[in-house]
Ligand binder design. Structure first.
Ligand SMILES: Nc1ncnc2c1ncn2[C@@H]1O[C@H](COP(=O)(O)OP(=O)(O)OP(=O)(O)O)[C@@H](O)[C@H]1O
Length: 474
């Protein structure tokens, strides 16, 4: 055996010939590597170089021979090499805060059967490896910084503090959201359109134990009825003619370990309500075209801007489902009932409103805020955002005064682009007219999308598709 007093092993009963050969061959290379290890076909350690023992900080009296490699090197990939019979020629491993290049090669007998594997560890005294390690270190630092920035961004974007409001009603509601976040049951958020229900659902998820899990949002009204079931529960391979061979995951599966936000739950068809109830009660469902039951761990947060009591009374919404989700109910007050929030919300929304490069920040005047407080806000904060964006687009400087606001408010003339743009070609004029029709329908149905779709004589899904195409945040 080529092992000197510095090496340990091999364990009795292993193929000595192979190990002798391997160690003999790479003893020629030993000045180029920092350590080496050999495992057998069961991935148990049969030999380890003394320098590798030092690197791993193994105690002097600890004998690793015969142990599964992962008990000594938890992240070792030697098992993969043994199982696949394929080498991993270049990889990087961390030991404490140092990075090493590692190379793993399968050991095969004369018939090509895998008998074990060897791993070598190199360090940067090998000049040609230095650029690889440097590059890796650089990329790893960049990744760590990007991940930290992303976490910060997610936390601020969806934290409860991004729901702006100073009124007592908002403070009480936020306290309730914090309490509900810590309970894991289904929750229901009620409020007019544009009051910030989705924002609150996201914040509740972010405050809960599920924050590291996914947050998946589905707008029930935006999906054509025929596709809803597949969208929620997924499709088994070949479930119907034309279905993919591969299974398609539904939103429930995608939200596993996290939160599923069901917006416009009042629009859910009866058959789907029954299936949803089953998931809530048993935590299980079947994909479309499958008879295998799947288990999921998902918290449901539902929201609606409809009066659910009416839907309960006419039996289009199941009472048992309602009582299941309504245990934790949050009522978001409409903007017109908390006028003192308008000023702070304007400041927050204007922070996010694009401004010309040479400008420091928007300056909204008290008279402009006073005028905004007189409006009824059927579309709530979403409508306020649109009005501010319109005013900002018309503003000649960073000052937003009452005159600009009165031009930007929806009931006043001067906002119809199709009337202004006489020189545009037909397609542009038609698109502008369609956009205006959508906005008008939303305005006159106080932001209720189902009603707006009916007014225009299009289906819900067509209506949503058009909103998306025209980039209308409704
Ligand atoms: N209190 C608030 N502070 C800051 N921004 C808000 C607030 N409330 C709502 N918003 C903003 O208003 C817009 C609409 O909010 P959101 O989509 O959460 O409303 P919603 O109640 O879910 O609407 P819908 O019922 O139509 O789906 C978003 O851009 C959101 O960020």
């Amino acid at each position: 055996m080529a092992s000197s007093s510095k090496s340990t092993g091999p364990a009795p009963g292993h193929n000595l010939a192979t190990i002798e050969q391997a160690v003999g061959a790479f003893s020629l290379l030993r000045e180029f590597f920092e350590g080496a290890i050999i495992v057998d076909a069961d991935t148990r350690i049969t030999w380890i170089d003394a320098r590798y023992r030092e690197l791993l900080k193994l105690a002097r009296d600890f004998d690793p021979i015969g142990l599964p490699v992962e008990e000594v090197i938890p992240h070792s990939l030697l098992r993969r090499v043994v199982e696949t019979g394929r080498p991993i020629l270049l990889d990087i491993m961390n030991f404490d805060d140092r990075q090493f290049v590692v190379c793993r090669i399968p050991l095969k007998d004369e018939d090509g059967r895998v008998e074990g594997a060897i791993g070598f560890v190199f360090y940067d005294n090998v000049d040609y490896l230095a650029p690889i390690l440097e590059k890796f270190e650089h990329l790893q630092k960049q990744l760590t910084r990007a991940q930290a920035a992303l976490t910060r961004e997610r936390q601020t974007k969806y934290s409860l503090s991004s729901f702006v409001g100073v009124s007592e009603a908002v403070r009480d509601m936020k306290a309730m959201v914090r309490r509900f976040a810590l309970r894991d049951g289904a929750a229901l958020i009620l409020g007019e359109t544009g009051t910030g229900k989705e924002l609150l659902a996201h914040a509740m998820h972010q405050q809960s134990d599920r924050a590291d899990g996914p947050f998946v949002a589905v707008n029930v009204a935006a999906i054509p009825e025929a596709l809803l079931e597949a969208e929620f529960f997924g499709v088994a391979p070949g479930a119907f003619t034309g279905a993919d061979r591969k299974p398609r995951k539904g939103k429930f599966e995608l939200a596993h370990g996290g939160t599923l936000f069901l917006d416009e739950i009042g629009d859910m068809p009866a058959a789907l309500q029954a299936k949803l109830l089953r998931v809530l009660q048993e935590g299980e469902f079947e994909a479309l075209g499958s008879n295998t039951v799947k288990k999921v761990d998902v918290r449901i947060i539902a929201a609606t801007s409809q009066a659910l009591e009416e839907r309960l009374a006419d039996k289009s919404f199941r009472a048992d489902l309602y009582y299941r989700i309504a245990v934790l109910t949050i009522n978001v007050p409409p903007l017109r009932d908390r006028l003192e929030d308008i000023g702070p919300i304007c400041d927050a929304l204007l922070e996010q409103t694009p401004r010309p490069r040479d400008q420091h920040g928007w300056n909204i005047q008290p008279e402009a805020i006073a005028l905004l407080k007189q409006h009824d806000w059927p579309g709530n904060v979403r409508e306020l955002r649109n009005v501010l964006e319109r005013a900002a687009a018309m503003a000649p400087s960073e000052v937003i005064d009452a005159a600009l606001i009165s031009r930007a408010l929806p009931s006043l003339p001067g906002t119809n682009p199709s009337r202004r743009d006489g020189a545009a070609d037909l397609a542009t004029r038609l698109a502008a007219a369609e956009r205006q029709a959508l906005l008008d329908a939303l305005d006159s149905s106080h932001g209720r999308k189902v009603e707006a779709a009916q007014r225009l004589g299009v289906s819900r899904s067509q209506f949503y598709e058009k909103l998306r195409r025209h980039k209308i945040d409704a």
